[in-house]
Design a protein around this ligand. Structure first.
Ligand SMILES: C[S@@+](CC[C@H](N)C(=O)[O-])C[C@H]1O[C@@H](n2cnc3c(N)ncnc32)[C@H](O)[C@@H]1O
Length: 363
């Protein structure tokens, strides 16, 4: 069973999946009645080339019902503070850390660096690359403009799980981290994985399809996403910088203060190459109450849409306002090509995570 939702009703659809009453629990009927459907196997569309001109394709699926109490997030991780849980808000270690000393934009980067330096990166570490991104990458060859390996950027790359995974799949990948300690940690992880990659870097049974001699290169850079001084490192001799073929954002936007969102969107527009290049955002956390503090700061489909397509600030304190951003005239740098519910994602986002796929405007 497959359900396509328009932009405006997809949130309602998701609410329906969670029981329809906004109780945050899943309706047991879903377990038994819905087909288990694997998007990438079922719809062999080449999302990357063929959807040009489609402003959005918002797909929701009848699929594995995963918004269960068993998947309720732990309180001390990036995923705390579920809406409608009836539990009082308990600030996590991460939130307390930022509320104590790092509430301004300037102090924000030092707040992350301090966590890396005191080895508290376990507060957000997922321990493996994004299953949703792996499935996307393995579903079709990634287009690049010239006859060269596609070039990818992972801003706020953390330990570099997605950076390494993309290189193993043939991308030349640049991992950007504001913390020099984070960069060192990522380099050590990459050295081990590139030598002997773990199975978690591939979809089931797919490892052999990506031989060693077709791997790309990994470059980690210490730098601030909002500054331009690192961009020169992403260009080889004789090349001019023409943007990335893929930019991947997972838990980077939600790590930033809400007031930084508009600049995040503007930077994505600057860094993404012309079509067919794509920005891929694994939207998280979509379940968290917009009024609660972060990081992670609560996000919504409409927030991504507002900053990337609408050119707005992306700052909303209620769901209605965030939803109405989907109607905003397109004044931002990008257009949305597709929005998909991945069949696999991290447990913390099961039942809510979506992949948004964006490109530079075609008009
Ligand atoms: C929540 S973590 C996510 C890490 C990674 N994406 C992952 O999935 O493991 C956010 C990361 O962004 C980094 N970061 C925060 N602000 C940044 C900035 N302005 N430029 C580059 N990296 C930044 C932090 O140091 C931190 O490692």
């Amino acid at each position: 069973m497959l359900t396509f939702c328009s932009n405006t009703d997809s949130n309602n659809y998701l609410r329906g999946r969670k029981g329809g009453e906004g109780d945050g629990l899943c309706n047991p009927a879903w377990h038994d009645t819905v087909a288990r459907l694997h998007f990438w196997e079922t719809i062999p569309v080449d999302l990357l080339n063929n959807l040009r001109g489609v402003v959005f394709l918002s797909c929701a699926f009848a699929f594995d019902c995963v918004a269960c109490p068993d998947h309720e997030p732990e309180i001390e991780t990036m995923t705390s503070n579920t809406p409608n849980s009836g539990e009082p808000f308990v600030p996590t270690k991460l939130i307390k850390h930022f509320q104590a000393n790092h509430t301004t934009r300037d102090a924000q980067t030092s707040g992350w660096s301090a966590l890396w330096d005191s080895q508290q990166n376990d507060l957000w570490d997922r321990g493996k690359p994004s299953p949703a991104l792996i499935d996307l990458i393995e579903s079709a060859p990634w287009p690049s403009r010239e006859r060269r390996r596609p070039k990818a950027l992972v801003p706020g790359c953390g330990k570099g799980y997605d950076v390494v995974m993309l290189a193993l799949h043939g991308f030349d990948v640049y991992g950007l981290e504001v913390s020099p300690t984070g960069v060192e940690t990522a380099r050590a992880y990459a050295a081990k994985q590139l030598d002997a990659p773990l199975a978690h870097n591939y979809g089931e049974g797919n490892q052999e399809k990506y031989p060693k001699d077709q791997r790309g290169e990994v470059t980690f850079m210490a730098g601030d996403f909002f500054k331009r001084d690192w961009e020169g490192k992403c260009v080889r001799e004789g090349e001019t910088f023409e943007g990335f073929d893929l930019i991947y954002d997972y838990t980077f936007l939600c790590a930033l203060l809400p007031e930084m969102r508009q600049d995040w969107g503007r930077r994505m527009g600057e860094l993404l190459g012309p079509q067919p290049a794509k920005l891929v955002c694994l939207e998280f956390p979509l379940y968290k109450d917009l009024k609660l503090p972060g990081p992670p700061w609560a996000l919504r489909e409409g927030i991504y849409y507002d900053v990337l397509a609408g050119g707005g600030t992306g700052v909303f304190d209620n769901d209605e306002a965030a939803q109405s951003a989907l109607q905003r005239p397109n004044k931002g740098p990008l257009e949305r090509v597709a929005r998909i519910r991945p069949s696999r994602t991290y447990p913390q986002g099961e039942g809510t995570d979506h992949l948004g796929i964006w490109q530079v405007k075609s008009w």
